[in-house]
Ligand binder design. Structure first.
Ligand code: SF4
Ligand code: MSK
Length: 657
């Protein structure tokens, strides 16, 4: 892109400035321009599941007449495509969860000396859910039993996954009734791949039901396991201050980035950068200190627990390197653009891969080993320090950054509504019932270079809170909101509707609560289940005035998340044309049929205004069905006082906020 090309690539001014200044360096935005999506694959009408194809099921009457060479119809081809996307997403989150459990097991068995169980209470709560005795036992013995029991969720062949019992009874009954109760993550994922090979399942609804089961194995299995075990190992988040945007890098310090999803190595790097010996070593190279920043979901993990600043989401990877300020760019798994190595070559940045599942030619590979994790972290920090003197004047430095508050675990959200002794979801339910809070939206998912990146997140975030909708955000949506200055309590004062503003002021929270990484969408499932259990709204997740939105989704993981939310009872709206649009039947199943069965649905909508209208409509209809007070801005029904002064003082003392 040249300086004269004014096409808007991103709604984040810092990233836009860098891209505009760095003429001649190709980014995902340029590649998105050059690489137009294939119009047939884009709508789900192409099958290449065997070598008689690829078959393109196009034409005016494709739904009724078109067949692949094997005879597969368009709904079957589109359903298979959707199901395989779900399997891909579930595999990614599943492996993430599995790796966290292996780390917990290694800690419990004494092989991973650099880690320990940081949140013993959460370990005990998890043990309790798993019916594991914990009273009077050594922490590591309990941890070993918890890890062993959770590993069963991957290998189980029959029965039900452990955490499905955390869902409301009615939600579970729906899964049983429609035969989608998840059994084991590996089995349910393999079965989707099996069913969708040539000559197997030829019924679109049946294929999509297998996809639902596989997605539920992600939400109530892989992702939930990952969230809980990560909290057990590294601490359950509570509100914490941090900063966001590409201006977080420092000209006079060694800058290191941790990027990806699995935070085990990143946790060790967080510790290593504070070691006096390494700081002193950095000073011998002329740097004032060591500065750590995050990217994508590894960023969310270390931000939630340590207040490490985030450089942004998916599309900020290349612009971050183009600042010329990054001395080491460490990546673990998922959402890593291979092209970062090409960009890094134009600067002095070393890219370090740390998972044997992710190798990129041109990067230095240091495979993570939990047995020597701290040593590896120190090695990486030293490499970054040694690289600092190689920094040149090349690059486009920016200064824009925003303060934010993150760290809203579901435990803290419960706690903030009443303090240590009276924490509950009653105040939130009451606020919804009274119409102060119109509803809740989970704003999640990626930022996509095919939009002006992050623009749809920003539009929806501002419009939803203006409409008194409380937002819980995860993944790159949190980075988009944080990098726009939206994750502060002041955002409520300036931009929220009158009811939401009152609630945020009473508790001292932002109107957009940063819940964590992509796997932490499981926290939303836990919150929704707690709200159902609290009473006064729906007695299941379905029917709540709640919607999930992934405005700029990219990944298979996002599709898997959308499906598990839909099957859990949350209507979801994804931004963009439907990847399965070619089949009216598949569209009907994902919307009407799933709504009838689960009270959730999966919609795709390319127009941001329509996405907003659809979300508000779902919320208002749910309110009407629950016979709640009709939402009218500024006019509330009666409700209990959210918190008294004593409870507020308790929270203040607890968090320093
Ligand atoms: Fe074509 Fe059927 Fe093979 Fe798909 S499985 S490529 S539709 S012949
Ligand atoms: S990192 S899955 S681009 S949200 Fe979780 Fe962001 Fe999407 Fe990756």
């Amino acid at each position: 892109m040249s300086k004269t090309d004014k096409k808007i690539r991103t709604a984040q001014p810092a990233a836009a400035e860098i891209i505009e200044n760095m003429i001649g360096i190709e980014t995902c935005f340029d590649r998105a321009d050059k690489m137009k999506p294939c119009p047939i694959g884009h709508e789900g009408a192409c099958c290449k599941n065997c070598y008689m194809g690829p078959c393109r099921l196009v034409g005016k009457n494709a739904e009724e007449e078109a067949r692949g060479v094997c005879g597969a119809t368009l709904p079957v081809v589109a359903a298979r495509y959707m199901a395989r996307m779900v399997a891909g997403g579930t595999a990614a989150h599943g492996d993430h969860g599995r790796d966290m459990v292996f780390t917990l097991l290694a800690v419990a068995e004494g092989h991973a000396k650099d880690f320990k169980v940081k949140d013993v209470k959460k370990l005990y709560r998890t043990a309790d859910i798993l019916a594991i005795e914990f009273e009077g036992r050594a922490v590591n013995d309990v941890a070993k039993d918890v890890a062993t029991k959770l590993l069963e969720d991957f290998s189980r062949q029959r029965g039900e996954m452990n955490f499905v019992k955390r869902a409301p009874k009615k939600t579970q009954e729906r899964w049983k009734k429609y035969g989608v109760m998840p059994r084991g993550l590996d089995r349910d994922t393999v079965e989707v791949v099996d069913r969708t090979t040539m000559g197997m399942d030829a019924d679109a609804d049946s294929i999509l039901s297998a996809a639902v089961r596989c997605a539920l194995a992600n939400g109530w299995g892989g992702s939930m396991i990952s969230t809980d075990v990560t909290d057990i190992l590294f601490g359950t988040p509570m509100p914490i201050k941090a900063e966001a945007s590409l201006g977080i890098f420092k000209e006079d310090e060694v800058n290191i980035v941790v990027h990806g999803h699995e935070p085990s190595l990143a946790e060790m790097i967080v510790e290593a950068v504070s070691e006096p010996e390494l700081i002193a070593y950095a000073q011998t190279k002329g740097a004032k200190g060591i500065n750590l920043g995050g990217m994508c979901c590894t960023a969310n993990e270390v931000l939630m627990r340590h207040g490490i600043a985030t450089a942004g989401g998916f599309t900020n990877q290349e612009p971050a390197i183009m600042t010329g300020l990054i001395d080491a760019f460490t990546v673990d798994v998922q959402c890593i653009i291979p092209a970062i190595v090409d960009v890094a070559k134009k600067f002095h940045t070393i890219v370090i891969t740390s998972s044997d599942k992710v190798k990129i030619p041109g990067a230095v590979h240091i495979p993570f080993d939990e047995h020597i994790a701290k040593e590896q972290a120190r090695k990486i920090v030293r490499m970054a320090i040694d690289n600092y003197p190689n920094r040149t004047k090349k690059g486009s430095h920016v200064t824009e950054k925003f303060p934010l508050i993150g760290g809203f675990s579901h435990e803290y959200i419960e706690y903030m509504q009443g303090g240590k002794w009276r924490g509950s979801f009653r105040p939130l339910n009451d606020a919804i019932m009274a119409g102060r809070v119109r509803g809740v939206v989970g704003l999640a998912g990626c930022d996509n270079p095919r939009w002006p990146s992050t623009s749809v997140h920003k539009f929806l975030a501002t419009e939803l809170i203006k409409n008194d909708v409380l937002i819980v955000s995860t993944g790159c949506s949190s980075a988009a909101c944080g990098g726009s200055g939206y994750l502060t309590p002041e955002m409520a004062l300036e931009n929220a509707g009158p009811g939401l503003r009152e609630v945020c002021e009473a508790i001292g929270i932002p109107p957009i609560l940063h819940l964590g990484a992509c796997v932490d969408n499981s926290r939303i499932l836990t919150i929704a289940s707690a709200m159902a259990a609290e009473g006064g709204l729906s007695d299941e997740i379905g029917g709540m005035p709640a919607v999930g939105i992934a405005p700029e989704f990219i990944t298979e993981k996002a599709i898997s998340i959308g499906v598990y939310f839909a099957a859990s009872g949350v209507p979801c709206i994804f931004g963009g044309e439907s990847p399965f649009k070619a089949s009216k039947e598949v569209t009907r199943i994902m919307t009407e049929v799933w709504f009838e069965r689960f009270k959730g649905a999966l919609h795709f909508e390319p127009d941001p205004e329509k996405m907003l209208a659809m979300a508000l409509d779902y919320i208002d209809k749910a309110r009407e069905n629950l016979k709640l007070k009709k939402y009218e801005p500024g006019k509330f029904g009666t409700e209990k006082v959210l918190m008294d002064m004593a409870a507020r003082r308790e929270i203040k003392a607890h968090t320093g906020l």
